[in-house]
Write a protein that binds this ligand. Structure first.
Ligand code: CUA
Length: 355
């Protein structure tokens, strides 16, 4: 009994160490996936990410140098002026012009060294590099999903949640919000950019950003500005494809899905009330036309449902249609009445067939 109490006491003394150790471990990546970790900003996916990463590392090493120099000076002073029997109180000094000038100039120099390339990069990275014109996409933030409007030259279609882009070509995004402030953040591709509501009369106030993607793949994205209860479930995916594949995808987007005219599906879409907020269209919306819910023209081919909350499959779509509030509490999708299981199955078949 006694030894057990002693052991417990020892464990209790270890607590202050245990917590930081756990926190450190929580930051660890599994080694094999470390480079592909979806939110790892150091797993550079393109030019913008690498440039920002280089800038970060430059600042990091300067900060490390400052830390080391400061700590060495600090511990030297501790050691040099420690209490000793022969000299209990070190000689007291007040003011030292040389030191004061030095510790004013040194930090100023470090700040200038870090500041100049930072400001240079700020201007350099503002617009995509000259050369091939970038792909222009209009990004509209909604509580809690992302809308993407493609340019007229590609057909001017509208999609949601999946941002398809061609590999190697810069993508320039114009950002605005339909409601509150959001932030567009594809961690492996670019930094966060605020997405705020902009009145029709001042379109030039819209924020913009660009990035390019070096390798085909799916890149995770996340809203990075607290925007309400489902902020965490406001995700998107950048789907980077080789140019030909991307163009084929765009081609499909501007044509209605062959199943869009399915009678039973359309009837359920109307009677279920979906039509109050959703469109199924491949046409170009007027810039002033606001969507309430995502365009469902090709919803069956998207990676996720409910703005990145659920994987896109039959079971999840049925679950979503049964009770959106259960899946994403607070979501703006409200059913006018509960749908019958038969209606749900019809809608699942219909929506999933819109490829
Ligand atoms: Cu949108 Cu957070």
């Amino acid at each position: 009994m006694r030894s057990m109490i002693e052991r417990l006491a020892r464990v209790r003394r270890a607590w202050p160490l245990l917590l930081p150790a756990l926190m450190l471990l929580a930051g660890c990546n599994e080694l094999p996936g470390a480079r592909t970790d979806p939110a790892n900003t150091f797993a550079y996916g393109g030019t913008m990410a690498r440039e920002l990463g280089d800038l970060y590392m430059m600042t990091f090493w300067w900060a490390t140098a400052v830390f080391v120099v400061t700590m060495v000076a600090f511990f030297l002073a501790l050691w040099r002026f420690r209490e000793r029997p022969d000299n209990p109180i070190p000689r007291q000094v007040h003011g030292n012009t040389t030191f004061e000038v030095l510790w004013t100039i040194a930090p100023t120099l470090v700040l200038v060294i870090v500041g100049i390339p930072t400001i240079q990069k700020l201007f350099e990275l503002d617009e995509p590099p000259p050369g091939r014109p970038p792909l222009e996409v209009e990004v509209i933030g909604h509580q809690w999903w992302w809308e993407f409007r493609y340019p007229a030259e590609l057909g001017g279609f509208v999609t949601a949640s999946d941002l398809h882009v061609p590999v190697g070509r810069p993508v320039r995004l114009t950002l605005s919000s339909e409601d509150v402030i959001h932030s567009f953040w594809p961690p492996r591709l670019a930094g966060k950019h605020d997405v705020f509501p902009v009145p029709q009369t001042t379109p030039w106030r819209k924020n913009h950003m660009w990035f390019d993607v070096a390798e085909p793949g799916i890149y995770y994205g996340q809203c990075a500005e607290f925007c309400g209860i489902e902020h965490a479930q406001m995700r998107f995916f950048v789907v980077a494809q080789p140019e030909a594949e991307f163009l084929a995808w765009a081609q499909r987007q501007r044509q209605p899905s062959p199943n869009a005219t399915d009678q039973a599906g359309q009837a359920a879409f109307l009677s279920g009330g979906c039509v109050a907020c959703h469109v199924v269209t491949t046409s170009t919306p007027d810039p002033s036309q606001k969507l309430i819910g995502p365009n469902l023209a090709h919803v069956g081919s998207r990676l996720s449902l409910a703005g990145g909350t659920l994987e896109n499959n039959d079971e999840n779509l049925a679950r979503w249609l049964r009770d959106p509030q259960e899946v994403k509490p607070g979501v703006k999708m409200v059913l006018p009445r509960p749908l019958s299981e038969e209606e749900i199955q019809t809608l699942v078949r219909y929506l999933r067939s819109l490829q």
